[in-house]
Design a protein around this ligand. Structure first.
Ligand code: KE4
Length: 442
């Protein structure tokens, strides 16, 4: 067996060997389900190193990376300023369980970019941030009901593992074993972009709704935008009924633009702002860091000031905050998002034209450094229409691209991400691979 620069053993079936070994000690061989490739089939790639826009797997195969750790790696892997900040922070100490100046700096940077919020609490994962935001909304309003939308994912807290029921008032059908019906009895799942259904829900339960949590651009059903009429009406109804509008920007925050999706909607709907925001991914730069933010009158309800308890041993971890700060400082540089959005647009427009040339029904969309594509003639507007696209073709395309050294998200319902490290040559190489991949599908 040869060893490579990474010092790890290599061989033609190293990924398969590692996957087989991993399954002996880790459920499904992975620490997060989507990594197991079960939606697309085949053997997951065990990554040995990453640099810039590229990943290398255990067999030394190089891939152009369009997952970027599911969003965090917006600068690309191994950005020198980020690594230098992380190394310096690590030398000063990995964790103290006590406040640090760097947490204040990161909180201030986040608040500059989320103008609706006065305060922010740092945590270690998007799940933790979303779960805490819901508890805070319920504590602040004194109400129990929670509204979410089918196809949106806000982490795996019990109250959020709920599937859409058949009718409007069908609260609380757990999607996961181990979640008692009582825990999700207050969670109502509606259809994304469905204004009449939203109005009916508020007409029936408005006075009981603590919050509505939404992915403002739904990256967990690949890439589905909230329509302006829907988003405008959602804001009106939350205000009218005293429910908090919670923007889950774990994926879109600092990804679709410096001001996230809320900045995008504020430009389109005068005066628009959410009541609470949930952030993650990019703000940690690849380290475990997430956050939730809101106006002082709401955030003051949090322990130790108020009655809503929330805590975390590694919250605001000094190495993670150094990584996040270094990342945010880079993305705030002039022209960063214009260049990222242009490169992402050139990717999706190229994919669209290659699919058209091969006669394959295909639709694409992107915002900033986030993109999605579907094997179907029109962009879906909700989860059922995402499922109605051609999943088989998606899976075959995924593998055809993987074989050609392009690493896309291994599931129809996931979004894709471009980094600042992706060059025009990388986009061109991706489109060349796509040309052959589409031909293999025709
Ligand atoms: P984490 O607990 O995985 O840090 O964040 C949960 C979360 C919350 N909100 C949104 C909008 C999210 O996209 C996520 C996590 N996203 C998935 C990818 N779709 C993470 C990948 C994974 O589960 O391994």
């Amino acid at each position: 067996m040869s060893t490579e620069a990474t010092g790890k053993e290599q061989g033609p079936d190293r990924n398969a060997q590692l996957f087989e070994r991993a399954q002996r000690s880790i459920p499904g061989g992975v620490n997060s389900p989507v990594r197991a490739f079960r939606a697309v089939g085949g053997t997951p790639r065990f990554i040995s190193k990453a640099q810039g826009a590229y990943l290398w797997d255990a067999e030394g195969q190089r891939y152009i990376d369009y997952i970027g750790s599911w969003g965090p790696m917006i600068l690309g892997h191994g950005h020198p300023a980020v690594l230098e900040a992380v190394h310096r922070a690590a030398d000063e100490g990995l964790s103290f369980g006590a406040p640090t100046e760097r947490e204040i700096e990161l909180a201030e940077e986040i608040l500059e970019l989320a103008p609706h919020a006065d305060q922010v609490r740092l945590v270690s994962s998007g799940t933790e941030a979303a779960m805490s935001a819901i508890r805070l909304a319920r504590g602040h309003t004194g109400r129990a009901k929670l509204v979410k939308f089918e196809g949106c994912y806000h982490g795996h807290a019990d109250a959020l593992l709920v599937k859409a029921g058949s009718g409007l008032a069908t609260f609380g059908h757990p999607t996961s074993a181990g979640v008692p019906a009582e825990v999700v009895q207050h969670t109502l799942v509606l259809t994304y972009n469905d204004v009449p259904q939203l109005e009916a829900a508020f007409a029936d339960f408005g006075a009981e709704i603590a919050c509505v949590m939404i992915e403002p651009i739904a990256g967990n059903m690949n890439f589905v935008r909230a329509s302006l009429p829907f988003m405008r009406r959602l804001r009106e109804l939350c205000t009218q009924h005293g429910a908090l509008l919670v923007f889950d920007e774990v994926m879109t925050g600092f990804r679709v633009g410096l001001g996230g999706a809320q900045g995008h909607y504020a430009r389109l709907i005068p005066g628009f702002k959410p009541d609470l925001s949930v952030f993650g991914k990019v703000i940690g730069g690849g380290m475990p860091l997430a956050a939730f933010a809101g106006p002082r009158e709401v955030m003051n309800k949090l322990a130790p000031l108020g009655p809503v308890y929330q805590a975390g041993t590694l919250s605001g971890n000094p190495v993670a905050t150094a990584c996040g700060l270094a990342t945010l400082r880079e993305i705030r540089k002039p022209g960063f998002y214009e260049a990222l959005a242009a490169r992402t647009r050139s990717l999706v427009e190229g994919l669209q034209s290659e699919a058209r040339a091969a006669g394959i029904p295909f639709s694409v969309d992107s915002e900033g450094g986030m993109f999605g594509f579907f094997f179907g003639p029109a962009l879906p507007q909700d989860y059922p229409s995402v499922l109605a696209t051609d999943g088989q073709r998606f899976n075959r395309f995924f593998h055809a691209m993987l074989e050609r050294g392009v690493y896309l998200a291994p599931a129809l319902y996931e979004a894709g991400f471009v980094s600042a490290a992706h060059t025009d040559a990388d986009i061109a190489a991706t489109l060349e691979a796509a040309r052959a991949a589409f031909r293999s599908l025709a």
